[in-house]
Design a protein around this ligand. Structure first.
Ligand code: ATP
Length: 236
């Protein structure tokens, strides 16, 4: 279980996160919903060790604290992040980008299986193994970013707005692949602005506003929640 408790984060004097408590069980899919600037990316960054939370914050994986662990050691614990904007290397090929994710010791024994899984999930990448990533479409680059994260053999995969800037048909394709990732037992922690598609693959969701959690419920309940409707789905 991944447990975040009383997590607070300051950027200088700006409080980006205040007392966040969120939990994700093994194999579960949880979405964090919130407007631009609510602090969703900061939360994922804090879990990934990319920013340092305030004293008293807790990030625990199966009872062990991750606070203070450098970002490059986080994949070794079984947590992988697909960052906003993807973070792929444009001047490297698909295959080279994927191999960058294969470094953790936990990934080595399963490297061949992982390769097969990723190319099975994303046949378009299999056809383009030696293509430079900068020449690929946004959707294909997102597939590379997800594939690279999966190469590390994660138990928890965090995705920061994977649908951003992609055509609806590509988003549908990506989420179909994420459903298959769920079926392999990987837990997903998703940050999304695309509320309906993210709730459709989630077990539970949290609502974030101005650095705080302001609501939490099952995905089923959130689909009809008036606050969610008003904030994100254009309802009244
Ligand atoms: P978005 O969807 O726009 O990325 P978000 O919900 O992910 O929004 P964050 O990116 O986590 O929000 O930002 C939360 C707040 O912290 C915002 O007010 C943002 O301007 C601020 N912030 C983010 N990164 C930094 C930084 N490196 N330095 C200072 N302030 C920052």
């Amino acid at each position: 279980m991944l447990e975040i408790a009383n997590l607070s984060l300051l950027y200088g004097r700006h409080r980006a996160l205040e007392n966040i408590s969120v939990g994700i069980s093994e194999g579960e899919t949880v979405v964090i919903l919130g407007a631009n600037g609510a602090g969703k990316s900061s939360l994922l960054k804090a879990i990934a060790g990319l920013v340092t939370p305030e004293a008293g914050s807790r990030v625990m994986l199966d009872g062990k604290s991750l606070i203070g662990l450098p970002a490059h050691d986080i994949p070794e614990t079984g947590i992988a992040l697909v960052p906003e904007g993807r973070g792929v290397f444009g001047d490297l090929t698909v295959e080279e980008n994927l191999m960058l994710g294969a470094n953790p010791r936990r990934a080595r024994a399963t490297e061949a299986d992982r390769h097969a899984l990723i190319y099975d999930l994303f046949p378009r990448l299999a056809e383009r193994k030696r293509q430079m990533v900068r020449t690929m479409s946004g959707g294909e680059q997102q597939m590379v970013a997800i594939g690279r994260a999966l190469m590390s053999n994660p138990k928890y995969l965090m995705l920061d707005e994977p649908s951003l800037g992609l055509a609806p048909i590509v988003v549908t394709e990506l989420f179909a692949a994420l459903k298959r990732v769920q079926q392999t037992g990987v837990a997903l922690l998703l940050v999304e602005q695309n509320v309906s598609i993210s709730l459709s693959i989630s077990d539970r969701g949290y609502l974030m506003e101005a650095g705080r959690i302001v609501g939490a419920d099952t995905a089923e309940a959130l689909k009809t929640d008036t606050a969610v409707q008003q904030a994100f789905l254009g309802g009244s």
